[in-house]
Design a protein around this ligand. Structure first.
Ligand code: CA2
Length: 151
């Protein structure tokens, strides 16, 4: 579907709302995906949600999305800080990418301060909790509208 946005979540984010609510809040991943779906629908977009605890699973999802989606909202979890392989996969993804983090990694341990995703992201949203995903969809939709009207 050429109006589909990939919403990609990395390791441990399937535990959202269940563990460590003091850091990541009480909203579940299913809640976030529903919020994204509503926000995307308002902008005339659909979403495809993928969560994987495996680096290769995330990379496969990006490859599969290359021809079938128009943009991506990605929280790669801890792979944000470690995965050159995911960085390379995203470099071959020829659509806008919005990087999202529930927490603000820059206010946390120094090993969370570097992101392999940020150099390939059109925007980064961090520390806004689950609302950050909705903002990411809105920003992506605006970028896609601008691209469409420039064509
Ligand atoms: O703030 C974010 O969204 C992070 O991407 C979350 C990652 C962390 O490694 C990044 O530095 C920042 C961790 C996701 C772990 O998710 C959990 C959710 C519930 C319970 C335990 C872990």
């Amino acid at each position: 579907m050429m109006n589909t946005v990939l919403v990609l979540n990395g390791p441990n984010l399937n535990l959202l709302g269940v563990r460590e609510p003091e850091i990541y809040g009480r909203t579940t991943l299913a809640d976030i995906e529903e919020m994204c779906s509503i926000s995307a629908a308002e902008a005339g977009l659909g979403i495809r949600c993928v969560q994987s605890n495996h680096e290769g699973g995330l990379i496969d999802a990006v490859h599969e999305a290359r021809e079938t989606t128009v943009g991506a909202v990605i929280n790669a979890g801890a792979y944000t800080h470690t995965s050159l392989a995911l960085h390379d996969a995203l470099k071959s993804y020829d659509h806008p990418i919005i990087e999202v983090h529930l927490s603000n990694p820059h206010a946390r341990e120094s090993f969370r301060h570097h992101s392999y995703l940020s150099p390939v992201a059109a925007a980064v949203i961090a520390g806004a909790g689950a609302r950050g995903y909705v903002h990411a969809i809105e920003i992506l939709a605006e970028k896609l509208r601008r691209t469409d009207s420039a064509e």
